[in-house]
Design a binder for this molecule. Structure first.
Ligand SMILES: Nc1ncnc2c1ncn2[C@@H]1O[C@H](COP(=O)(O)OP(=O)(O)OP(=O)(O)O)[C@@H](O)[C@H]1O
Ligand SMILES: [Zn+2]
Length: 625
């Protein structure tokens, strides 16, 4: 009870009472989430719900202090609840080991909270929660960190900018050819080693790997190159069959560091105006590689010579093939063949990727790096800093106090802030006034409509013809998208005959309708689906009663200057520039890696997928997700 007394003394009776009565949701129980949950529990927030889809990983333990060794592989949400509850047993905590995008977390459920906290690590989930908070009209506290930078932003429907008010730059996937044929930076070689060579030898064939964009470029130019790459993959499979034999390292080496390079060199056009690669020779390097791999490996902060990388390559290849052979021998007949997967904390896999990447870098005249550096690049590129998470989580709670204290929107707008944590600024913290919503925002400048649908019977054509054109008066020019994926527009009618179920539209799913008419354009509409079995005598979509969608005002509205860095977790720029420069990020190659899900065009990538994206601005910033 002492804690309660102190909290009351420092917050004052009124605020303390509001805190105790409040019911809050925290999405994500990772780096920020663990700190935030501790703060919420110790401050005495009455009821806290936690959602996290992930399990605890060894690499989380250094900063996610609610987790211990014995919790590895257990649910983050459930363990966070257990650990934090001990700090203050008076607080009610509910945990869900689930994806926040699951239909059970519908608008009504979001509505049951006073405040929602995002402690997430990916844009897709953040956008989803933003959308749900707008639909439910519940204030959201959005936060993020990258290295030493952090940010906290209060989002309130109609009163402030939402997460989508400032467009996030669309990330660009590296073409297969950059990774496979024309690397120009070490990161390309690392991705090649990790996502192609390692996966092809010890994991799932690259044909199944989603991170390499197999598509043709817009002129259809890659066809030949892709056919070649496929041939190469077949050849590699044959090499793979030699695993376990003494000749295996030579077979792999000659295939990727000699034959493939010679094949590339034979395409002379490719190297016009570009530095041509130089193939490596197994025998020459074997003669030069005199130091034992174990000695070289001890020196992981020094950049190894090509011969040293060669020695580590051969050694790690032996280690990995032995591991796979042993696992195969132990696999019972009928079970799927074992595979190895890359993990930056698994030395055998890391050694292999470091050596392969550096050998490839030598071929293409790219500066190699130490194992220490490559580990960061291949794993967590900008390291997560526990204190940044802790400070950011503290700021989240301070903003939550403002939301509880100021129920009047005008007062809240004056009191609540967007706060940036930034090592470059004097005093580390800077606060900005909350911005007005962007009237052009595709998410918050929309009409929210809930539609009752029998998802098994209703077809997309029912929505298009009966509801949108028939009832709401849309013309021919409009589009229907789901999470950025186009389902329908004047040129795309492929899905019209599909049912809502076929299209994966379930209870709680939402569709965005954008009017593209030249005149009297309607405001964007967000349709949320309320799934019900309707009598077969009735239409499969309930008509909307007396609903009219307003048209947009004709005024030209300046788009607010972007304040957030859409790529990275942190929005921490105060100088008006879109993103931090490499210098600001204190990294030579400012490289960011995030886990989780990101929408890339129309493709959804899962937690373990690797997406390589290049910054639009040519400042050398690369993000791997
Ligand atoms: N759609 C989602 N639903 C629920 N939880 C999510 C969702 N997307 C991400 N998360 C969770 O958000 C948390 C973000 O935490 P954090 O940024 O510390 O990431 P991490 O994966 O724990 O660590 P790191 O990425 O730094 O190695 C993670 O625990 C992750 O599981
Ligand atoms: Zn918005």
């Amino acid at each position: 009870m002492a804690r309660d007394k102190f909290a009351q003394q420092s917050l004052g009776g009124t605020l303390h009472g509001l805190v105790k009565k409040s019911r809050v949701l925290m999405v994500g129980a990772g780096g920020i989430g663990c700190e935030l949950l501790k703060n919420l529990v110790l401050t005495g927030f009455g009821e806290i719900h936690i959602v996290d889809l992930d399990t605890i990983d060894l690499s989380n333990l250094n900063r996610q202090f609610l987790f211990r060794n014995e919790h590895i592989k257990k649910s983050k949400a459930l363990v966070a609840k257990e650990s934090a509850h001990k700090f203050n047993p008076n607080v009610k905590i509910e945990a869900y080991h689930d994806n926040i995008k699951d239909p059970q977390f519908d608008v009504a459920w979001f509505q049951s909270f006073n405040i929602i906290f995002n402690a997430l690590d990916n844009i897709d989930a953040r956008r989803h929660v933003n959308k749900m908070c707008l639909a439910a009209n519940v204030p959201l506290i959005e936060s993020g960190t990258t290295g030493f930078n952090g940010n906290v932003q209060v989002i309130k429907k109609g009163d402030t900018e939402c997460y989508d008010c400032v467009e996030k730059p669309i990330p660009k996937v590296f073409a297969t050819c950059t990774i496979r044929s024309t690397p120009s930076q070490l990161i390309h070689c690392i991705v090649w080693g990790k996502s192609y060579l390692f996966a092809e030898l010890f994991g799932i064939s690259e044909d199944d790997a989603p991170e390499l964009d197999q598509s043709l470029d817009k002129d259809g130019n890659n066809a030949e190159e892709i056919a070649e790459l496929r041939k190469e993959a077949t050849k590699l499979k044959r090499v793979r069959e030699q695993m376990g034999s003494q000749d295996f390292p030579r077979a792999v080496f000659e295939m990727v560091f000699k034959d493939d390079i010679e094949r590339l060199l034979s395409m002379e056009d490719m190297w016009k105006g570009k530095k041509a690669p130089v193939a490596l020779d197994f025998d020459t390097l074997s003669e030069e590689a005199t130091a034992p791999a174990q000695t070289i490996l001890q020196d992981d902060q020094r950049t190894w010579t090509t011969a040293e990388n060669f020695a580590v390559f051969v050694d790690s290849l032996h280690r990995l093939s032995q591991r796979l052979e042993t696992e195969r021998a132990q696999t019972e007949v009928g079970n799927s063949a074992p595979i190895l997967s890359f993990d930056k904390d698994d030395v055998d896999t890391l050694d292999f990727v470091v050596a392969s990447a550096n050998l490839r870098a030598a071929i293409f005249g790219i500066e190699p790096r130490s194992k220490f550096d490559i580990k960061q690049m291949a794993g967590n590129i900008i390291p997560a800093i526990a204190t940044t998470n802790a400070m950011t989580a503290g700021l989240c709670v301070l903003q939550a106090f403002k939301i509880l204290r100021y129920s009047d929107p005008e007062q809240l707008k004056r009191q609540a802030k967007i706060v940036f944590l930034n090592r470059q600024t004097n005093g580390m913290l800077t606060a900005e006034k909350l911005r007005e919503p962007n009237p052009e925002c595709p998410t918050c400048s929309v009409a929210h409509v809930t539609l009752t649908v029998d998802t098994a019977r209703a077809k997309l054509s029912d929505l298009v013809d009966d509801i949108l054109k028939g009832q709401l008066g849309y013309g021919e020019e409009f589009s229907i998208t789901k999470d950025g994926d186009l389902l329908y527009d004047a040129d795309e009618d492929a899905h019209l005959d599909k049912t809502f179920s076929d299209l994966g539209l379930v209870a709680g799913s939402s569709l965005t309708i954008i009017d593209d008419a030249d005149e009297n354009k309607k405001v964007n509409v967000q349709l949320t689906i309320d799934a019900k079995d309707l009598s077969s005598a009735d239409k499969p979509i309930n008509p909307l009663e007396d609903l009219r969608i307003a048209t947009r005002p004709k005024v030209a509205v300046p788009v607010a200057a972007p304040a957030t860095n859409g790529h990275a977790k942190a929005n921490g720029t105060t100088n008006g520039s879109l993103k931090r420069t490499a210098d600001e990020a204190s990294l030579e190659d400012d490289i960011v890696r995030k886990k989780g899900k990101v929408m890339e065009g129309k493709q959804m990538m899962d937690t373990d997928d690797i997406l390589v994206i290049e910054d639009e601005k040519d400042d050398g910033v690369i993000e791997i997700d």
